[in-house]
Ligand binder design. Structure first.
Ligand code: A2H
Length: 257
């Protein structure tokens, strides 16, 4: 824990209404404002490039009712934090409607706000930490080396897909989307640096830390968003503009820890 709180943007990935998990169905009524996986991100301006959502197979997630954001799914730790940030009807309290292992949610179809892809799926990532953010990560393989490495693992390893009952159609058609120009890497910075550094999989931890360091700060200061309402805007400006629009549209909210 640092001294200053970390501010995340919590992006609401809506589970398609016809795929609400059985355990939650008794709690969903006509007045429920949707059921969402709550992904914590530092890069709201990259949401155009979402290709999937990551959960850890063995982490426990809870579903709880919020005042303004429907039913959210995240780690219990994050739900507790949210209860102190006015997400729930009673300060400091949250009512667990259902619990899931990440593996129980794999293959669910979602709508990711702003995503180039109409439907994205819940897939496994082994490097998700329980004690950071919400334990739910939205995947942007064009600009996150971790996401690119994990998606490449799933594409290359049929046995990994089989182990978690992931259909080929949930993974193979999904390509990184060119959304940010970052010289000298081009418009697919994460795939480019992963290739340059010969990163083989999501388990190449040291190399991935270095890849992240090389492009993260550089993207903030030198990257140009190429798509959407703020096309041709520097990332340092676009970040807040896209974030504020997502929040104004009810598709995201601030989350601190
Ligand atoms: B970022 P920090 Cl395009 N375990 O979002 C592992 N990683 C997690 C996580 C968890 N529990 N919770 C969040 N994250 C990821 C986008 C993105 C991110 C891009 C580029 C870089 C990047 C799309 N994924 O992060 O340690 C989330 O991925 C590079 C640091 O709390 C979140 O932002 O600072 C970031 O790590 C939060 O990391």
């Amino acid at each position: 824990e640092g001294v200053a709180p970390q501010e995340y943007t919590l992006v609401k990935l809506r589970i398609h209404d016809d795929h609400i998990p059985e355990k939650l169905k008794p709690h969903v009524t006509s007045s429920t404002a949707g059921v969402y996986l709550a992904a914590a991100t530092l890069r709201p301006e990259t949401m155009y490039g979402q290709t999937n959502c990551w959960l850890h197979p063995d982490i426990r997630y809870v579903a709880f009712e919020t005042r303004l954001h429907g039913i959210l799914i995240c780690t219990k730790r994050a739900a507790r934090n949210m209860s102190y940030q006015e997400f729930t009807p009673t300060y400091g309290q949250f009512t667990i409607l259902a619990e899931f292992l990440g593996s129980e949610l794999f293959g669910l179809p979602l709508h990711g706000p702003l995503s180039h892809y109409e439907t994205i799926y819940v897939l496994p990532m082994m490097t998700i930490k329980e004690d950071k953010g919400t334990g739910v990560v939205t995947s942007v393989p064009s600009d996150s080396p971790d996401d690119f490495a994990a998606l490449t693992d799933l594409k290359n390893k049929a046995n990994l897909r089989e182990k978690y009952h992931i259909q080929d159609s949930m993974v193979l058609p999904y390509e990184p989307v060119p959304i940010i120009e970052l010289s000298p890497y081009g418009r697919l910075a994460a795939p480019t640096i992963c290739q340059q550094m010969k990163i083989q999989s999501q388990n190449d931890r040291d190399k991935l830390v270095e890849a992240k360091e090389q492009i993260y700060t550089k993207s903030f200061y030198e990257g140009i968003l190429m798509v959407g309402k703020y096309a041709n805007t520097k990332i340092s400006d676009a970040k807040k503009l896209v974030r504020d629009d997502l929040i104004a549209d009810g598709k995201a909210c601030p989350y601190y820890e």
